[in-house]
Design a protein around this ligand. Structure first.
Ligand code: SF4
Length: 315
C-alpha cells in the first residue's frame, strides 16, 4: 500500500472511530492482503481479512463485517453506498502513447470512450490525448452502479449507451465488456488493451450465434432452476419471480456461489441466471446444463422475440 493511500485510509478509519477493520480484496489483489493488514495493525487497528472469493462491489463481505466496525473493500467503485463500508480504489496507469495503437482502427466518427474502474482516473488524460490526435471523443457521466465518468461494468453499460456515439472505444482487458457494449449499443466497438498494447474491432455475431445455440439446447429441459444470488448487490428476487411465472417447470434456487459442481448436484435440465450476468455469457462451457440469461429465457418461453435480444444488465 502506498504511504499516501494508507495515511488517507487511516484518517478515514479514525474519523469513523473504527477499532476493528475488515479487509476485502478482489481475486487479483488478494496477494496484497498481508501488506495492507500489517500497515493497519501497525497503526493500531485490529484487522480481519475476508478470504472468500470476490469479483465485484456487488459481493460485500457482510459476514466478516459482522465482526468489525468497518469493511474496507478494495479495488471496486460502490454499486450502492453503505455507511459501514469504505471503497478504496486501486488504480492502474499506462502511458497515453498506447492509445496510438487504436487510431488506425478508428473511423472518422464521434467516438465514445469507456473504461473499467482501474483506469477511470485516466479518462480526462485519454480524452485530451485523443482530441490532440483529431478524434471527436464523447464521455458520458456516471450513474447508478457505475458512478464514474466513462466507467463500465460487466453488468452496466449505461456510460457507453449515453455517449450516443456510432463508434465506441473500450480501454481495458478482456472481451466481455466490449462485446456487451456492442450488443447494448449496436455501435462499432474498438477494444484496446492498454497493458498488452493490443487492439481489435469486436463483433457481436459470434456471441449471438453461441447464445442462440444455448437457447435451442434448453428447449428440451424438463426442469428449470431460476438462480437467485444471495450476494448483496446481485440479489434479484423480483425478477426471478416474474421469470418463474413464465413456466410451470421453473423453480427458484438461491445460491451464494454459482459453480458447475453445485449446478450438477442440483440436477435441473436448464438454469436461468439472475446473478452476475457474466456467469451465463462467460462460463457456459464449464456448466453441465444450459444457463440462460433472463432475456434468453423470455425468448425460450415466447415472451420476447429473438430480434429484441438484449444483454442482461443490473439496473
Ligand atoms: Fe461485476 Fe458481476 Fe458484480 Fe456486476 S454483478 S459488479 S459484473 S461481479
Amino acid at each position: 500500500m502506498l504511504s499516501s493511500d494508507s495515511s488517507d485510509l487511516i484518517r478515514q478509519l479514525e474519523e469513523r472511530g473504527a477499532k476493528r477493520v475488515a479487509l476485502q480484496f478482489p481475486e487479483g489483489l488478494k496477494r496484497k492482503a498481508a501488506e495492507y493488514a500489517t500497515t493497519l495493525m501497525e497503526a493500531g487497528f485490529e484487522v480481519i481479512v475476508s478470504g472468500d472469493p470476490c469479483y465485484g462491489a456487488c459481493d460485500l463481505a457482510l459476514d466478516t463485517l459482522g465482526d468489525a466496525d468497518v469493511l474496507v473493500h478494495i479495488g471496486h467503485a460502490p454499486v450502492d453506498d453503505r455507511p459501514d463500508v469504505i471503497f478504496l480504489p486501486y488504480t492502474v496507469g499506462f502511458d497515453m502513447s498506447v492509445l496510438d495503437n487504436a487510431l488506425p482502427l478508428l473511423q472518422r466518427a464521434r467516438t465514445g470512450l469507456v473504461t473499467t474502474v482501474q483506469h477511470v482516473h485516466l479518462i480526462p488524460e485519454m480524452e485530451k490525448y485523443l482530441r490532440s490526435k483529431g478524434v471527436d471523443v464523447q464521455v458520458a457521466g456516471g450513474r447508478g452502479r457505475t458512478p464514474h465518468r466513462g466507467q463500465v461494468l460487466g453488468c452496466c453499460f449505461s456510460t457507453a449507451r449515453d455517449t450516443r456515439a456510432d463508434q465506441i472505444m473500450f480501454v481495458g482487458t478482456g472481451l466481455f465488456h466490449p462485446v456487451g457494449i456492442a450488443l447494448t449499443t449496436g455501435a462499432r466497438v474498438i477494444a484496446l488493451d492498454p497493458l498488452a498494447g493490443t487492439t481489435r474491432e469486436v463483433r457481436r455475431d459470434a456471441l449471438l450465434r453461441r447464445r442462440f445455440a444455448v437457447i435451442e439446447k434448453a428447449r428440451g429441459a424438463k426442469s428449470i432452476g431460476i438462480i437467485v444470488s444471495t450476494k448483496s448487490g446481485q440479489r434479484r428476487m423480483d425478477l426471478a419471480r416474474r421469470l418463474a411465472s413464465l413456466s410451470p417447470s421453473a423453480v427458484i434456487v438461491t445460491m451464494q456461489e454459482v459453480s458447475p459442481d453445485e449446478l450438477l448436484n442440483l440436477g435441473f435440465g436448464c438454469y436461468v441466471n439472475t446473478a452476475c450476468p457474466r456467469l451465463a455469457y462467460d462460463d457456459q462451457q464449464r456448466f453441465p446444463a444450459p444457463v440462460l440469461s433472463p432475456q434468453e429465457f423470455e425468448i425460450l418461453c415466447g415472451a420476447r422475440n429473438w430480434d429484441d435480444y438484449e444483454i442482461d444488465e443490473i439496473p
